[in-house]
Write a protein that binds this ligand. Structure first.
Ligand code: AMP
Length: 492
């Protein structure tokens, strides 16, 4: 199999549209345009930041230039680090400082302390140069290709560092599922700062299949969203189960809306058999695939096409699938236990974070291994997930460390103690509640809740703001003297 960058260059020979974003039809990109633009921008980055190979933060949402930026970074020997517009400035600045980004490539408005390059400026660079980057400067092998920051229990996000080798191993396996199929059109829904986006972005480009991006603006309004879906001609749907469940609320989400759709691929959280049943009814021509994996092992490591027999046999907990070649999963326990992944897609670690690396990464037989924090078991060669051993949750598809919220609440000097717990229904996290011990008397409860949330919003993305904030005089403690989260959950 050819490595990603070689394949992308080859694809320019039969030029096709590869990136569509219907809010910006005029910015549609073909394979050769992406290649040319990123070549020129990479030459500029190489010249300007000679000798500094630090990762580069790329800030924005789904603008087509995000793709040009990513490639310009890796062609000039820098890892790219996508940061979505849903990230508060405080956290963006923190990420920039952690990776020591020499410049921030931006496609949306933001005012930063760091130096930035905007889309109009990038276009000017591209228009005014004929210089192309030389291949010797590309990231290669064990160099980091991208860094995705995920919620960290200490209150600081952790930068998962995926190497070029990791990504190529992932592509080699994943694109194999499409070899026997006809031409595909991929639908991209998650932001680039969520690793699920990697499942559509690089495979689509690799296979020279158009990628239709759904902007977050579309998600606010079903009418607009469904119009985008209707004209997309998508054959492959990749999302969290939550996103499909949201669409299923509307009865017009069916095969008539997406007549070409052949496949749903899910990852990122538990897929419920009720969701699969509905999809099978509404989309009789599409297969439904469950996959599992953490960002720390390049998106996913299992694959499981679901059948009616499997739904009947495992109605409460569907298998997440068979493990990909090149990866091994160990269960740390007699039958069920923590899932440990080792092999060729395990990340290099968290970027410059020795403490967290020591906690989660180690070696097995000379290969990198990662402790997932997920509990699972095998039945034959089928892996099943049972839940978490820690305080990480998924809320509407977003990965959140509850302690990340607590630690950021505690940045507010008026808060003495904080503990956040999930509120569950039908086996799913429906919302989160933060319990807070406040240093001052509370006169206007509603106003104070608003203030607490506003202060928190300076440090964490919108989806991490608790639905409810409850004030307590003191935290309940368990026998070990720790905050009794079990009791707090009962209060919810
Ligand atoms: P992320 O790194 O955001 O992809 O989140 C990875 C975590 O999501 C895993 O460690 C699991 O806890 C959870 N997860 C991913 N896929 C599945 C799945 N198919 N079923 C249950 N949980 C999943």
């Amino acid at each position: 199999m050819k490595p990603l960058l070689e394949q992308l260059e080859l694809n320019t020979k039969q030029d096709k549209v590869v990136y569509r974003h219907d809010l910006m039809p005029e910015e549609e990109l073909t394979a050769s345009l992406v290649w040319e633009y990123s070549d020129k921008l990479a030459a500029y980055l190489h010249e300007t930041y000679k000798g500094d190979k630090s990762p580069i933060v790329v800030y924005g949402h789904k603008h087509p230039f995000m793709l040009v930026y990513f490639l310009a970074c890796v062609k000039s020997g820098h890892a790219y680090c996508p940061v979505d517009v849903n990230t508060p400035i405080d956290r963006v600045e923190d990420i920039i400082a952690t990776v020591k980004s020499p410049v921030v490539l931006v496609s949306e408005d933001i005012s930063l302390d760091a130096s930035t390059l905007t889309v109009p400026e990038a276009k000017e660079v591209i228009a005014s140069t004929t210089e192309r980057i030389s291949k010797e400067h590309y990231v290669q092998g064990e160099d980091i290709f991208y860094i995705i920051f995920t919620s960290g229990s200490t209150g600081k996000p952790k930068g998962v560092s995926i190497t070029y080798n990791n990504l190529n191993h992932f592509l080699d396996w994943y694109t194999g599922y499409y070899k026997e199929k006809g031409p595909q059109v991929f639908l991209g829904h998650p932001p680039f700062s969520f690793d699920l986006s990697v499942m559509s972005l690089w495979p689509a480009l690799y296979m020279h299949a158009p990628l239709v991006q759904i902007d977050k603006e579309h998600l606010q309004d079903f009418k607009v969203l469904f119009k985008t879906l209707e004209v997309s001609k998508a054959t492959v749907w990749i999302s969290t189960p939550s996103f499909a469940e949201m669409c299923l609320v509307d009865p017009s989400f069916n095969q008539d809306l997406l007549p070409e759709l052949e496949q749903f691929v899910f990852c990122g959280e538990k897929l419920f058999s009720t969701t699969v049943e509905k999809l099978m009814e509404r989309f009789p021509r599409a297969e439904v695939v469950n996959t599992y994996g953490p960002t720390e092992s390049t998106v996913m490591v299992t694959w499981m096409p679901l059948t009616r027999e499997l739904l009947e046999k495992y109605p409460d907990n569907l298998p997440v699938g068979v493990i990909k070649p090149g990866t091994t999963v160990l269960i740390d326990g007699p039958e069920s236990g923590e899932i440990i992944i080792y092999g060729n897609t395990v990340a290099k670690g968290y970027y410059e974070n020795p403490e967290m690396n020591a906690k989660h990464f180690f070696e097995v037989d000379g290969e990198r291994a990662y402790r997932t924090g997920d509990v699972g078991h095998f039945e034959g060669d089928l892996l099943f997930c049972e839940g978490r051993i820690d305080f990480q949750i998924k809320l509407h598809g977003h990965r959140i460390e509850l302690e990340d919220i607590d630690n950021n609440l505690l940045k507010n000097p008026k808060i003495r103690q904080a503990a956040t717990v999930p509120s569950m229904a039908d086996g799913k996290v429906k919302s989160i509640t933060s319990f807070v011990v406040y240093n001052e008397p509370i006169e206007k409860r509603f106003e104070t809740v608003k203030l607490v949330k506003k202060e928190l919003a300076q440090h964490v993305p919108e989806y991490m703001i608790p639905k409810k904030v409850v004030f307590l005089d003191e935290m309940p403690l368990n026998n070990n003297g720790k905050i009794d989260k079990k009791q707090l959950k009962e209060l919810v």
